[in-house]
Design a protein around this ligand. Sequence first.
Ligand code: HEC
Length: 195
Amino acid sequence: MNMIKLFILFMTCSVSVVAWGGTAAPDPRVLWKEIQTLQKNHAIMSGSIPYQVGSRMADPYTVDLANALAQSSIHSAGGILKVTRYADGSLVVKENFNVNKQLVGITAMLKAANFDPTDRNWVMASYNPAGKVLSFGKVGSCIACHVLVRHQDLVFAPPPTQLLPITTWKAFFPKQEINPVYVALIKHHPEALVR
Ligand code: HEC
């Protein structure tokens, strides 16, 4: 093991101990602080790019963030599509932006040991831009869609690497208008569709 790997290991271990050591269900406020740190550090998730294409007109731009534990899970597996298990303490975040690229909502998934073994121990959370908790915990509506990539431990790869059919989006969000740019992406990358 070289020095860089040792350093990453040290950093990731210390982060998990400081933030979530021993807590099965973290406090939503503590999680919000952790999300703010990722935002401040522009901790873009491996494979994501700023303002990538979102599926809905309400939030046609998105940015994915990840903490050091999630990033090292991705790197050591050789990419998001190959991750079968994220390390405990992994945090992934999706920022949603409207047409004017203003932040309109934030969703997050935190891997907390023993939290929800049936669905891979992810704490699902959503916040408004000011940090108000909109949903938190074992959120069935989030999990129902994310289990489509159970083999990837419930974490999707960002577009255009992975895309969901419009019928799936419509089934979950019947009243939402779909982003035509996302529809075009599907046309160009039919192989990326998760079925
Ligand atoms: C209809 C399906 C669907 C529903 C419902 C859904 N998501 Fe997602 N989510 C996705 C897809 C597809 C992506 C990948 C797009 C991207 O990364 O921008 C994603 C991305 C994410 C990410 C970034 C990590 C990743 O998997 O790429 C987080 C965090 C997230 N969602 C959390 C949530 C939470 C929390 C809820 C519930 C409040 C939720 N999602 C509801 C489909 C869904």
